[in-house]
Design a protein around this ligand. Sequence first.
Ligand code: BGC
Length: 383
Amino acid sequence: METSRRTVLAAAAAAGLTAVAAPGTAHAKEGGAPVKELFGTLADGTPVHRWTLENGGTRMRVLSYGGIVQSLEVPDRRGRYANVSLGFDRLEDYVASSPYFGALIGRYGNRIGGGRYTLDGREYRLSVNDGPNSLHGGAAGFDKRVWDVEPFRSPAGVGLVLRYVSADGEMGHPGRLATTVTYTLTGDGDWRIDYAATTDRPTVVNLTNHTYFNLAGEGSGDVLGHELRLAASRYTPTDATLIPTGELAGVAGTPFDFRHGKPIGRDIRTAHPQLVGAQGYDHNWVLDKGTTRAPGYAATLRDPGSGRTLRITTTEPGLQFYSGNFLDGTLSGPSGRTYRQGDGLCLETQHFPDSPNKPDFPSTVLRPGETYRSTTVHRFSAR
Ligand code: BGC
């Protein structure tokens, strides 16, 4: 952990300020083994567990259902904790209607146009769940599956290994896909995600996590005052159904230019056709670093009020910045407050949407004998 963060946390502990926890929920020891509890039961009787992890001053709660990050608690510049991720208190709410709060997304993050693609001369028709398109893996994507969860404590930190085997043909995709996702909280309080997958037939894969961040705390209002920096000179404009046109457009001189950092709200109401079509930001930025072996710099998000800062590095070539446009005040979080448009935002590291139909985009094809790998690191600090 950075020394300044240690000092702030020690001072906060001395002042009696500790991580927030709803009454009756499990606690994990800082740096200790993850703690498991029953969270709920699905209609078919399957139990869903919740794991609590704490390390380096960061605490998170993860569900076996959808690999959902139910809460993520980090300190502000004075050591005061808040849950900076949108979510629910009850399993029923996640099952009934969740806009992918905190969830693992697969087999294909974001949209595949027309819900179909051709691979090696064969056409595959997918589960269509977003107008004419397949979104986030289809009607029952990885966000709605119960994952096998194994806790660990290692020199890398404390964490969970989540496993799910997607059957050949599931949601229309070919190949039995064996997926392993590792969530690690490092000694520095970073939340690291390592994704891996193998297949027995050629298929496409694009995994991500759909956490909605509000660094002032969930339920505290909108994120329009958060400052965002994106290390991307280009983005992929979309058609009316949010499928990329195929063009890589320059951000210079447009509301899409976040290269030098700016408040999210500064240009969000510009009548730019791309912002009108998506009701805000809901686009894939083409990261200047491209696909990398080691995680490279992608984005920084900062809430000036609390000082909480999130820095994202990734091996992926793209990042979907979604400004919570479709939150409409009908869902409410653990704070008991409703979520309205812009009350949280997603920064989803990924390959570009609709890549299976865009031969010029970096390929998402995975073949037998190969291993899909992807890593994203979320670094929290407060300044
Ligand atoms: C997509 C949005 C979609 C949202 C679902 C985002 O990743 O880009 O278009 O509405 O997920 O909540």
